[in-house]
Design a protein around this ligand. Structure first.
Ligand code: MTE
Ligand code: MO
Length: 418
């Protein structure tokens, strides 16, 4: 149970075989980034066309294989192809799950890993450590949760609203659902002796410091209110019944259900526990809403994700006229369970209900389907619209913000009937 799944291990073995001088396992707790290895041995490494298997994409710093049929590489990130989710179930397999890396995946050994809690919000004020084995000995919980990047759908601000945004130009595949097993963060905080007046935590990853625009922002870290930590946050060591893969936070990551993906810190190394509110660039410069529609100086840091739906069909797909097509998609809301999904196959003039194939639950997504028999040929815009049980409905337009977070508008999905 202590070994990551086969694909990640294969990549690691490649790294080891070709670069014996680079000590990536059995070594320090400190990160040994995949990019520290010579480029040719990184799976699909950009500098190694000769060793890149056909159909595999190159993404610097990502360990797992990235088949072109399932992923689109965007810088240091790999977006899952939403149109390819049709053959996946309610859970997204780890080898199909998007990867969002600020730098690169550190290949960490669970045996050497430990978590440190520290700060004035602990009774003793002395740091408290947990080894991987100690975490595994605590009572475990298992739950399903989506992880969705705050910027999922960002490119649609430009393509469908004419309002560009900065940041990774995700389409709709920066989201996945998995079954996570781990320990409650509240259990760990109690054992560490959290004080009654602690208000904020600052979980931090072991990946390399994030440098951008010539500035070193330090390691990826983002304040998490103690109240949320005690509600439903887990320290996950398993994803879909397997040890966490390297790219998804091996050996231990946070899973912060229903919040924007950045909250779910991967490769967790330490957590500051504070009696005062904490900040980091991930709560001051990024992950706030900036722009004319928002308060001067930006909104409060964003926390909850929003609601969406999408067709499992490529943009620009061609469909034959006169035949019945079974259109499928997914709908999800971080605000409440999905209540209904409506679709329009005429650009929004008429709407009808899609059939839900899963029982809507909090923190999951529902697959839906609808039959469609197009009669006339030509371009058509398909729409889908989620309503959740709290009454939230996908709007026609999302409220723009300069960094393109929380896109929630009805997606205009172009297809051609031939
Ligand atoms: N340490 C660390 N944690 C991190 C990140 C990162 O770059 N480093 N990226 C965050 C962001 S922005 C997202 S959307 C999720 C993505 O999780 P995934 O790569 O497992 O899909 O991880 C979050 N946790
Ligand atoms: Mo993200």
């Amino acid at each position: 149970m202590q070994n990551p799944p086969a694909p990640a291990r294969r990549s690691l073995l490649k790294v080891l075989a070709a670069a014996p001088a680079v000590s990536v396992i059995g070594g320090a707790v400190t990160a040994a980034p995949a990019h520290a290895a010579p480029a040719p041995v990184v799976a699909g490494g950009a500098a190694a066309p000769a060793s890149t298997a056909p159909g595999l994409l190159a993404a610097p710093g990502i360990v797992k294989a990235l088949p072109a049929e399932y992923f689109t590489v965007r810088g240091t990130n790999a977006e899952a192809r939403f149109d390819g989710f049709g053959d996946t179930g309610a859970l997204t397999p780890a080898d199909r799950f998007f990867v969002r890396n600020h730098t690169s995946t550190p290949v960490l050994d669970a045996a050497d890993w430990r978590l440190t809690l520290w700060g004035d919000g602990l009774h003793g004020r002395a740091p408290v450590h947990f080894t991987y084995g100690q975490l595994r000995d605590l009572p475990s919980v298992t739950r399903t949760a989506l992880i969705e990047c705050a910027g999922n759908g960002r490119s649609l601000y430009a393509s469908q609203q004419g309002e560009p945004a900065t940041g990774t130009a995700w389409t709709l595949g920066a989201v996945g659902a998995a079954r996570w097993r781990g320990v409650r963060l509240s259990d760990v905080l109690r054992r560490a002796g959290i004080a009654r007046d602690a208000v904020d935590l600052l979980p931090r990853g072991l990946d390399d410091p994030y440098v951008s625009g010539g500035l070193d922002h330090g390691r990826v870290r983002r304040p998490l209110p103690v109240a949320k930590a005690f509600d439903d946050v887990i320290l996950a060591y398993e994803m879909n019944g397997e040890p966490l893969p390297y790219d998804h936070g091996h050996p231990v990551r946070l899973v912060v259900p229903s919040w924007v993906g950045i909250a779910s810190i991967k490769w967790l190394g330490d957590i500051e526990v504070s009696t005062r509110p904490l900040t980091s660039p991930w709560s001051t410069d990024w992950y706030r809403l900036f722009g004319p529609a928002h308060p001067e100086g930006g909104s409060a840091p964003i926390s909850r994700q929003t609601l969406k739906s999408a067709y499992q069909l490529p943009f620009g797909a061609t469909l034959e006229a006169g035949r019945v097509h079974r259109l499928t998609g997914r709908a999800w809301s971080a605000l409440a369970p999905v209540r209904k999904v409506e679709v329009s196959t005429d650009g929004g003039a008429h709407w009808r209900r899609a059939e839900l194939r899963d029982t809507p639950r909090r923190d999951g997504w529902v697959r839906w389907s609808v039959p469609w028999r197009p009669r006339t040929t030509g371009p058509v815009t398909l729409l889908s619209r989620t309503t959740d049980t709290a009454g939230n409905v996908q709007p026609e337009r999302a409220v723009h913000n300069t960094q393109g977070y929380l896109f929630n508008a009805v997606v205009r999905h172009p297809v051609t009937v031939v």
